[in-house]
Design a protein around this ligand. Structure first.
Ligand code: SF4
Length: 156
């Protein structure tokens, strides 16, 4: 069985200087059901790895696609820069209901390095070590099928 990368949009909340994405406004919104149906019918694909751009950029679209994959019997994983999940615990909990795994891309825990690389959003917000630790704990807890604990943000 194959795991495929499914690029759902090209937009991103980060500004990485090395990013090679096509900065178009492409979105798979209007056609994703047909594409996923075809993948399912092929009988070759077991897991859909949802990527971007940044797959959490459009919350409703991501949740719609995760839900549709579940309906038609495709497993899902996502790869994300993690910032929107770290800042929105309700969204994180929703995503965890569907996925088998969440991959978070991290270049550094040093905020200055992240700012130099462009690994931040328009408000210069970026993932800290504490964010990643809390994300990891919450995701592990959620994916182990237990009730999800709220993220409690502690001062750095
Ligand atoms: S997080 Fe990924 S998609 Fe977004 S700007 Fe950086 S490299 Fe590009």
């Amino acid at each position: 069985m194959i795991k495929i990368n499914f690029h759902i949009n090209e937009v991103c909340n980060y500004c990485c200087k090395y990013c090679f994405r096509d900065k178009s406004i492409f979105t798979i919104k209007g056609i994703y059901k047909q594409v996923l149906d075809n993948l399912k019918e092929s009988g070759l694909v077991e897991v859909v790895n949802i990527v971007g751009g940044e797959p959490t950029y459009n919350k409703e679209l991501l949740l719609e696609i995760l839900n549709y994959c579940k309906q038609i019997g495709l497993k899902t994983t996502i790869v994300t820069n993690g910032l929107r999940l770290a800042r929105d615990n309700e969204f994180l909990q929703e995503v965890c209901k569907y996925v088998e795994c969440i991959g978070v891309s991290i270049d550094s825990f040093d905020t200055n390095i992240n700012l130099q690389l462009g690994r931040h959003d328009r408000n210069n917000d970026t993932l800290t070590y504490q964010d990643v630790k809390l994300l990891n704990e919450t995701i592990e807890y959620a994916l182990s099928g237990k009730q999800i604990q709220p993220i409690i943000r502690s001062p750095l």
